[in-house]
Ligand binder design. Structure first.
Ligand code: HEM
Ligand SMILES: [Cu+2]
Length: 651
């Protein structure tokens, strides 16, 4: 297939933005600029940015925790931290990175980008969308409330019993974990429902399923899996809380309970979850990398199918986290084989990216560097993953630093690198300004070198037998040099992240103007101004292909995507819903206005969970009543349905 020219010779086909209509639509869709507007907005773009900023703040907090651990571990026998402090630090680091950074960051991308890529004016349930953000924020604060008092969760991010039981852990540390995760689970669940329904209905006409961006496939797959997975961990957490506070014995052997039940419930959730942390990020690469290679993604359909297949298989591999607990040999073989099988769809995606680079005309931009770095780390993390899928090898490697190396290669390689590359790629759309390429290259190389110095030697440490989750180690066991290198690398990595942040802040205020389509992109979001107007599309476009902005170069037939005539929908806060499979116009949806209720509901739930934590019946009952009142207000029908309304078509 021919590659595209480096920049568009003709002017980009921006959506028509007739000034009078823009003004009218903006009056309908725009946010209030006062404090009330700040708390009540339901605009998916604002919510998306809030997700990204909040998740990034948690990344920085988790990063500082990691650096403190690395100071303690830089030398043998150090006493910077006590063992209990180290336990809380690695637990909060894991919880923060897994729950409060990785998934919310991707939810931010999808919240911001989905309606723009799909040709819609908002998500399906804007108020639910605001609720999922506020609960994410509130549950994050909840998980951190006891940290300053030295009472934070301290049994790791997977929080095994009996160590997490009351006998061994009488403080409130684990109650915070159990209640915090249950609270957080509400956010993920409502967010996932919103993504699924949005995908089914909120698209431009002609956006059939075979034209969806891969990011959409990734987030959709992750959302469906979360609907199955999150209840398992919420259930486990509630049972644990009951064991600790109400005298039940679900996990307590002396009372006939089963500690293994925790492990099964947790990993039934945990493994699909780690795929939810990477599939949308792989989608970011599949959508953005081809733009910097000036050609469409190689193998769109196999990549979309591989995304779904990874998750389907991923729902059946959870026991690979439990190879060392004494499972029957048949179970070991089954789960080992299933874990090997996952390598196949991952490799399909890998070859698609490599093929895209090999046959494209590469422009070495900062996003490209991050995506190329991602591919390298994807391979290393994938290989160490396949290694631990082998039962015999896993028995040797489990609970050593080899696993810590693997999980960081996977999580930073397949989540953080695409995320930073994605921010460089879409920053011009969000802010209307370009980021500095020079600083971008510097930040990439610092992050890339720092990352590999910080994590590659961990493989070696693991093979030497250094266990994970130890607060210190004696000198002379061969651990000293790798640990020193790792700690140095961690600080270089941190400097790279700092350079990236400086770039964001500088470029947001003084970067050169970007225009609607600085990368000469292919998908709908590049057809509207940067930053996008409150209503996204003045006229809802009518799609003719997967690459609406590249049709002049790619499409043989006469048919073209239509940007300048179509549904106008300027009689109220409305958008178009389409049929689920082929995206034919189906109904006009009345969208809800801004509302304080989502924020209030999250606040009431926060107090409710605090009530449970401190075991204050009056506090949790009062807050529970407040929750009920807000829900009643929420479901109050606002207006009579207006079925007889004029629909204008702009031509
Ligand atoms: C500056 C970058 C980072 C450094 C230096 C770092 C370092 C560490 C260290 C020292 C541990 C404890 C190892 C142990 O004692 O067993 C750890 C654990 C962990 N890290 Fe990181 N980390 C970083 C970033 C991340 C990121 C971005 C993620 C996820 C997206 C992540 C996820 C985890 C997880 C899940 C654990 C396991 C916690 C547990 O054992 O319960 N880390 N990391
Ligand atoms: Cu797993």
């Amino acid at each position: 297939m021919a590659t595209l020219p480096l920049s568009r010779p003709d002017a980009p086909p921006a959506s028509p933005q007739p000034p009078d209509i823009v003004q009218k639509l903006d009056a309908i869709w725009g946010e209030r600029s006062d404090l009330r507007g700040w708390f009540s907005t339901v605009d998916h773009k604002t919510i998306g940015i809030r997700y990204i900023v909040t998740a990034f703040a948690f990344l920085l907090i988790g990063g500082v925790e990691a650096l403190i651990m690395r100071i303690q571990l830089a030398r043998p026998g150090a006493t910077v931290l006590s063992p209990e402090q180290y336990n809380q630090l690695f637990s909060m680091h894991g919880v923060t990175m897994i729950f409060l950074y990785s998934l919310p960051m991707l939810s931010g991308f999808s919240n911001y980008l989905w309606p723009l890529m799909l040709g819609s004016r908002d998500m399906a349930y804007p108020r639910l969308n605001a609720l999922s953000y506020w609960i994410f924020l509130a549950s994050g604060l909840f998980l951190y409330i006891s940290f300053p008092f030295g009472q934070a969760p301290n049994s790791g991010w997977f929080n095994y019993v009996p160590q997490a039981g009351r006998d061994q852990n009488p403080g409130m540390n684990i109650d915070i974990y159990a209640l915090g995760l249950t609270f957080f689970g509400i956010s993920t669940t409502v967010g996932s429902v919103n993504f699924i329904v949005t995908l089914l209905r909120m698209r431009a006409p002609g956006m059939s399923v075979n034209r969806l961006p891969i990011l959409v496939w990734g987030t959709l797959t992750a959302s469906v899996a979360n609907i199955f997975a999150v209840p398992a961990v919420s259930l486990a957490s509630v049972l644990l809380w009951l064991d600790r506070n109400a005298g039940t014995h679900f996990f307590d052997v002396s009372g006939g309970g089963q500690p293994m039940l925790w492990q099964h419930l947790f990993w039934l959730f945990g493994h699909p979850w780690v795929y939810a942390l990477v599939l949308p990020a792989m989608g970011i690469v599949s959508d953005a990398l081809p733009i910097h290679c000036r050609r469409p993604l190689v193998g769109y359909t196999p990549v979309a199918m591989a995304t779904v297949a990874t998750m389907v298989v991923g729902l059946g591999v959870w026991v690979h986290h439990m190879f060392a607990v004494g499972a029957p040999p048949l179970a070991l073989s089954f789960f080992s084989a299933a874990s090997f099988v996952i390598a196949i769809p991952s490799t399909v995606a890998l070859f698609a990216w490599i093929g895209t680079i090999a046959t494209g005309r590469v422009q070495v931009t900062t996003p490209f560097l991050f995506f190329a770095g991602f591919i390298m780390l994807f391979v290393i993390g994938g290989v160490s993953g396949v290694m631990t899928a082998s039962v015999a090898l896993d028995w040797q490697l489990t609970d050593t630093y080899f696993v810590v190396a693997h999980l960081h290669y996977v999580l930073l390689g397949i989540n953080l690198f695409p995320v930073i590359g994605g921010i460089y790629h879409w920053f011009p759309k969000v802010t209307g300004r370009m980021m500095s390429e020079r600083l971008g290259h510097w930040s990439f190389w610092t992050i890339f070198v720092g990352f590999n110095l910080a994590f590659f030697p961990m493989h070696v440490l693991g093979l030497y037998g250094m266990p994970r989750r130890v607060w210190t180690y004696p000198a002379g066991m061969g651990f000293d040099l790798p640990n020193a290198i790792i700690s140095g690398g961690a600080f270089i990595l941190a400097i790279g992240i700092l350079l990236f942040l400086i770039n964001v802040i500088k470029s947001a205020t003084s970067g050169p103007r970007a225009g609607p389509d600085p990368w000469a992109g292919s998908t709908l979001e590049w057809s509207i101004p940067s930053p996008p107007p409150s209503f996204n599309f003045a006229v809802i476009p009518l799609l003719a292909s997967r690459h609406p902005l590249w049709e002049d170069h790619l499409k043989k037939s006469e048919e073209r995507t239509i940007f300048d005539s179509g549904f106008l929908l300027d009689e109220g806060k409305e958008t178009l819903a389409v049929t689920p499979l082929d995206g034919q116009p189906s109904v006009i949806l009345k969208m809800p206005g801004d509302s304080l209720l989502p924020g209030l509901l999250a606040a009431a739930l926060f107090v409710f969970f605090v009530g449970l934590l401190v075991r204050s019946d009056w506090l949790s009952t009062t807050a529970g009543a407040a929750v009920a009142i807000v829900l009643v207000m929420w479901f109050q029908p606002t207006k009579q349905p207006q079925d007889q309304e004029r629909v204008r078509v702009y031509a």
